[in-house]
Design a protein around this ligand. Structure first.
Ligand SMILES: *Cc1c(COP(=O)(O)O)cnc(C)c1O
Length: 427
C-alpha cells in the first residue's frame, strides 16, 4: 500500500479504527475503510489506487470532484465571508439560491427554508405541516402517512417515517412517533393499490397532518422505483381530505431520475418539498425545505405566527454560493442528454447481470442502476470485486447499485457497470 502525504496509511487507519465513528458502523470499526487522498473528475485517488466513483458520494457529486467552476465559487465566497448568522442578516448567496430553487422547482413552491442537512430539512417539513394544522385550530392532525420501503434520514421524525422493518432504525420502532404505514408502492400502476392509498388517507384524515413520500424512486430504503401515477393519486386524495403532501426529493432532485425533480414525472406540486444531497454538487452540507404560500400563510395566522427553527449555520454563504454555481452548471448544459446517455450505458452494461445466479432483479431509471440479489450482499467481497475493476461502490442489504456523476464518460460508465456485475457475482 503506498503511503499518502502526511500520515503513513497504516498509522492513519489505526487511528481511524481507534477514534473515528463511520456511518452505520460499530466502534471500533471492523473493516478498514479506503483512504482517499484527493479526488478529481470522476476519480477518487485512494490507498487502493485510482477508482471511478460509482456513488457520487451518496447522490451528491453530480459534476464530479474538484470542479473548476465550483472551486472558483467557493474561493470567491471565501474572500468575502464563509459564514455569518442568518438571524437579522441576509446575503446575496442565500437570496440568489432561494430564487433559483423557486424558479426551477414545481410551480407553486415559493418559500424556502435553508437547512444544514437533509434530515433537518425533513424535520422542518414535518414541523411546518404540524404547525400549519395547529394554526388552523386543528391540532389533532399530528400524524404522518407514508408507504413502506422509504428513507427520510436519521434524526427522530425522519426515522419515524423510514421503513419500519429490516431498515436501519428498527431498534427504535417502539419509541418513535407512531405513523401510519401503507404497503410499499408496486413498480407498475395497479388500481387496487391506488385504492388502498385513497382508503388509508380517508380513514386517517382526522389525525393526519401530511403524507410524506420519496417520489418515483425510494433510495436508501431499498432502491425501488414506482409509477409516477401514484403521486397524482396522493395529490388528489390529500386535497379531498385536508391532508398536506410532502415530497422528499433529497435523493431524486437535480435531474437524477431524468426530470429536474421527480414530481415532474407526474406534473404534481407538493405542498412541501425537501431537497439536499446534490444541492451543492457534493461540496458542502446544505438542504432546503420549500413550501407553498398556503402553508406559509397558514402558519403565520397562528397563535404563534413564526416557524421556530433556526440552525446556527442556516443559509451558510459558502454552501449557498457553491449551490448557486452547481445549479448554474446543471442548467447551463443539456443535463437531460447526459442523464439519458448514462441511463443507456447502464441498461446495456447491467443487462448481463440478469443471467447471474443469485440476481433477483436489474433495474435502471435515469442515472441510477440497481442489481438486487436474492440474498444479503457480502459487503467486503462485493466491494473488493468492484475495486478490482477500478470502481468505488458501496452495496447495502441485498443491493449493488450505482448513481454516477453526470460527467462520467461512456467508457467509465461501462467500467462501473462491469464492476456492479462483478460485485453482484462475488457478493
Ligand atoms: C439522504 C436522504 C435524507 C437525509 O439526508 P442527510 O443529509 O443525510 O441528513 C433524507 N431523505 C432522503 C430521500 C435521502 O436520500
Amino acid at each position: 500500500m503506498p503511503d499518502l502525504p502526511g500520515l503513513p496509511v497504516p498509522e492513519l487507519l489505526a487511528l481511524d479504527r481507534r477514534h473515528v465513528w463511520h456511518p452505520y458502523g460499530p466502534m471500533p470499526g471492523r473493516v478498514d475503510p479506503l483512504v482517499v487522498e484527493s479526488a478529481s473528475g470522476v476519480r477518487l485517488r485512494t490507498s487502493s489506487g485510482d477508482l471511478v466513483d460509482g456513488m457520487s458520494s451518496w447522490w451528491s457529486a453530480i459534476h464530479g470532484y474538484n470542479h473548476p467552476v465550483l472551486n472558483e465559487a467557493a474561493r470567491e465566497q471565501l474572500g468575502r465571508m464563509s459564514h455569518v448568522m442568518f438571524g437579522g442578516l441576509t446575503h446575496e448567496p442565500a437570496v440568489r439560491l432561494a430564487k433559483l430553487l423557486v424558479d426551477m422547482s414545481p410551480k407553486g413552491l415559493e418559500h424556502v427554508f435553508l437547512a444544514d442537512s437533509g434530515s433537518v430539512s425533513v424535520e422542518v417539513a414535518v414541523k411546518m405541516c404540524l404547525q400549519y394544522w395547529r394554526s388552523l385550530g386543528r391540532g389533532g392532525k399530528q400524524r404522518l402517512l407514508t408507504w413502506r420501503g422509504g428513507y427520510h434520514g436519521d434524526t427522530w421524525q425522519p426515522m419515524s417515517v423510514c421503513d419500519p422493518e429490516g431498515g436501519m432504525h428498527e431498534l427504535w420502532s417502539g419509541m418513535l412517533p407512531r405513523q401510519v404505514f401503507v404497503d410499499a408502492p408496486p413498480a407498475g400502476y395497479e388500481e387496487a393499490y391506488a385504492e388502498q392509498l385513497r382508503a388509508a388517507i380517508e380513514r386517517h384524515a382526522d389525525e393526519l397532518a401530511a403524507v410524506i413520500v420519496e417520489p418515483v424512486v425510494q433510495g436508501a430504503g431499498g432502491m425501488r422505483f414506482h409509477s409516477p401515477a401514484y403521486l397524482r393519486v396522493l395529490r388528489e386524495a390529500c386535497d379531498a381530505h385536508d391532508v398536506l403532501l410532502v415530497f422528499d426529493e433529497i435523493a431524486t432532485g437535480f435531474g437524477r431520475t431524468g426530470a429536474l425533480f421527480a414530481a415532474e414525472h407526474a406534473a404534481v406540486t407538493p405542498d412541501v418539498m425537501c431537497v439536499g444531497k446534490a444541492l451543492t454538487g457534493g461540496y458542502l452540507t446544505m438542504a432546503a425545505t420549500l413550501c407553498t404560500p398556503r402553508v406559509a400563510e397558514g402558519i403565520s395566522r397562528g397563535e404563534v405566527p413564526v416557524l421556530a427553527h433556526g440552525p446556527t449555520f442556516m443559509g451558510n454563504p459558502l454552501a449557498a454560493s457553491v449551490a448557486c454555481a452547481s445549479i448554474g452548471l446543471l442548467l447551463g448544459q443539456d443535463w437531460l442528454a447526459e442523464v439519458k446517455r448514462i441511463e443507456a450505458g447502464l441498461r446495456e452494461g447491467l443487462a448481463p447481470a440478469r443471467e447471474l445466479p443469485g440476481v433477483q432483479d436489474v433495474r435502471v431509471l435515469g442515472a441510477i442502476g440497481v442489481v438486487q440479489l436474492d440474498h444479503e450482499v457480502d459487503m467486503r467481497a462485493a466491494t473488493e470485486a468492484a475495486v478490482r475493476e477500478g470502481v468505488w461502490l458501496r452495496p447495502f442489504r441485498d443491493l449493488v447499485y450505482t448513481m454516477p456523476p453526470y460527467v462520467t464518460g461512456d467508457e467509465d460508465v461501462a467500467r462501473i457497470a462491469r464492476a456492479v456485475c462483478a460485485a453482484a457475482k462475488e457478493g
